[in-house]
Design a protein. Structure first.
Lengths: 297, 368
């Protein structure tokens, strides 16, 4: 068991003919992910050549529309590499075509676009991950996104984070300590996005194969505070945490669109206090994330 | 991206939002002429001269700044000053429209001390701001109180608020503040100020923003970084940081502090790290004279560490780097990467982990 993605997940890649899309589609295929189709408007009918695990040749059909790709290949999950100004439309296209999971890697989508997307998918049977995220991986089964597959190991630790490379750092530490991961979810660094900490924590809480959770937050917004409320009331499993940005100055956007302390709100100090009070064991430094999690087991 | 008040008011006027008559000036002679023109046009004997600088809280704070632009505006007979602001509410995933009776005061202060004085409505992105919502705000603030024709004032307010919500969405704002929103003695509703910030992510569909940007108001290094596709923020310390990824970059600053050092900057070179980017990043870090050492922390992931190491070595040579440099690489081909660094003959200290790297660079800068 795992959450969100497994060996049975059938993936289509929107923007597969672009440089990022094609590079990462190949990486996902080589990892063993069932990527079954690509989609790029006006490129329908082309084929996409790649290699699966062990160098086995794979040829994917490319479609003009997601609806056609879903109909022809039975894809149930979309991974989006479409440029920022077209990405919101790409998400809506995937939702309209019936994808039950949409993972948007694209960075730099205007916030008003994401506000509209969130409104449009309200009440629909779809889960959106991202945008501006590394994706989702269930080690040994399915990698959807841009994370380096080789640092992961199958196991029982759930990982959820707003950051990309900081997640790799945590995963690297866990793997080095012999702690494999059930699923790792990058929820992304944007102020308005899909699944948040609470959504993913709830999934881990219900997943029989996840024994503990490592969560990495950062400055800005109050998603970590809401996560703390959820953990305090409902979490049955131990959680270790880290918040990046204790040294970040207020009022400055730190790389991620959502990583900004504004009006004194969203500081690392407040988040660490809230999570600590909810029983989360906080890592004192980013190089002790894995060790902190291990101390809970 | 921030714009000046006069630019914000020009944008307001385009949407039919009432603003005082005003003229932007860039010399004393222009300002004098503008004042004369406004006296003649408005019949009033009062004009207001406002310095055009970006920093909020103009007139407060005490910092001295060279002003290049002035905005000469007609004087208004003020009866009441209110506050109106639109921001993205991350938790509600909507644009929030906030209004308060406490105009002229910073909204953060009002929120802290007298939150009951703020009325908030959220804008549905599909429907837009409903007339009923604008009326709720109008009655909530009692905008008609004491005006010659309260009904007209309420209707004036509702129109202004509705147009402002429309402007926020169409112009891709991330913040839009009118503080004060003026109710004149005649009962008219006028935007006394215009603080507009655009969402940088939407720049691709607003070519007109190029001409609105005042480069003198931006940090030159941060601007240079943006042009190079890097994300950079200056800080007060003496250890330069070069990291891939925003979260890891913040965590790197944190771990430097944790081990007793102080970061000189936040710098995210993006998920990858090419030789060109590394060179550019180094030269930006070194543009600050306070930098006594540099910590490179790259989690290569899919990128190969030997390629990154070559980039670091080339950049170090090209810039004749003469401050201590600690490099921590992780990812594929990490051993080859470390070997390249060790054999380069340069003063590069390799590190095995983030903590190891942070300790080494703190020690090296303290010794320097």
């Amino acid at each position: 068991m795992s959450i969100l993605v497994s060996k049975d997940t059938r993936v289509l890649v929107q923007g597969i003919t672009g440089s990022a899309g094609s590079f990462h589609a190949k990486q996902c295929l080589a990892y063993g992910t069932q990527v079954v189709a690509g989609c790029t408007p006006n490129r329908g009918g082309e084929s996409f050549a790649a290699e699966g695990p062990g160098g086995k040749a794979v040829t994917l059909p490319v479609f003009d529309t997601v609806a056609e790709a879903v109909k022809q290949t039975g894809a149930d999950t979309s991974c989006i590499f479409v440029p920022a100004l077209g990405a919101a439309d790409a998400i809506l296209e995937a939702v309209d075509a019936g994808c039950k999971l949409v993972i948007c890697i694209t960075e730099g989508i205007p916030v008003t676009d994401m506000i509209r997307v969130r409104r449009a998918i309200e009440g629909k049977p779809v889960r959106l991950v991202g945008p501006n995220c590394p994706g989702v991986i269930t080690p040994g089964e399915c990698k959807i996104g841009i994370m380096p597959g080789h640092i992961h190991r199958p196991g029982k630790i759930g990982v959820v984070s707003r950051s990309g490379t900081l997640t790799y750092e945590a995963v690297g530490q866990l793997t080095a300590l012999g702690l494999g991961q059930s699923t790792c979810v990058g929820i992304g660094g944007d102020p308005v996005a899909g699944l948040d900490f609470v959504d993913v924590l709830r999934l881990f809480n219900e997943d029989p194969n996840t024994e503990a959770v490592m969560m990495m937050g950062e400055i800005g917004g109050s998603a970590e505070e809401r996560a703390a409320d959820y953990i305090k009331q409902h979490m049955k499993k131990p959680v270790a945490g880290f918040i990046a940005g204790a040294t970040a100055p207020p009022g400055k956007r730190m790389g991620h669109a959502g990583a900004i302390i504004s009006g004194g709100k969203g500081t690392a100090k407040d988040k660490i206090a809230a999570l600590g009070a909810a029983g989360v064991r906080m890592s004192p430094s980013p190089s002790e994330m894995g060790a902190t999690l291990k101390s809970l087991l | 991206m921030k714009i000046h008040e006069y630019q914000g008011k020009q944008l307001f006027a385009k949407y039919g939002i009432s603003v005082p008559k005003g003229i932007a000036c860039f010399s004393v002679a222009e300002a004098e002429a503008a004042a004369e023109k406004l006296y003649a046009e408005t019949g009033s004997s009062v004009v207001v001269v406002k310095a055009q600088i970006h920093a909020g809280g103009r007139g407060k704070g005490g910092g001295v700044k060279v002003v290049k632009g002035l905005y000469v505006e007609q004087g208004i007979e003020i009866a009441r000053e209110l506050y109106l602001g639109l921001v993205v509410d991350r938790e509600q995933r909507r644009v929030a429209l906030m209004a308060s009776t406490e105009g002229g005061v910073e909204i953060e202060k009002v929120a802290e001390e007298t939150p009951e004085k703020i009325v908030t409505e959220h804008v549905d992105p599909v429907i837009g701001l409903g007339g009923y919502q604008a009326r709720k705000l109008a009655y909530g603030l009692d905008v008609g109180k004491g005006t010659p024709n309260p009904k007209e004032t309420v209707s004036d307010f509702v129109k202004l608020v509705t147009k402002l919500a429309e402007l926020f969405e169409k112009e891709d704002c991330s913040l839009c503040e009118v503080n004060p929103l003026i109710i004149t003695k005649q009962g008219k509703v006028i935007a006394g100020d215009a603080k507009v910030t655009f969402d940088d992510n939407a720049a691709g569909r607003h070519k007109e923003w190029d001409s609105l940007m005042d480069k003198d108001e931006e940090d030159p290094v941060e601007l240079e970084a943006k042009d190079a596709g890097l994300s950079y923020v200056s800080l007060d310390g003496d250890i330069g940081c070069l990291v891939n990824g925003a979260g890891l970059a913040m965590a790197t600053m944190d771990i430097i502090k944790h081990h007793g050092g102080s970061p000189a900057n936040f710098l995210d070179v993006g998920g990858g790290a090419t030789k060109e980017q590394v060179t550019k990043a180094f030269s930006m870090i070194l543009s600050s004279p306070k930098v006594k050492g540099i910590f490179v922390n790259i989690f290569g992931g899919i990128m190969k560490c030997d390629v990154i190491a070559e980039g670091v070595i080339a950049a170090t040579r090209e810039l004749s780097l003469n401050v201590p440099l600690v490099v921590r690489l992780e990812g594929t081909n990490v051993e080859q990467g470390k070997k390249l660094l060790a054999e380069s003959g340069l003063r590069i200290q390799p590190a095995d982990t983030m903590a190891d790297g942070a300790k080494k660079i703190v020690a090296a800068t303290k010794a320097a």
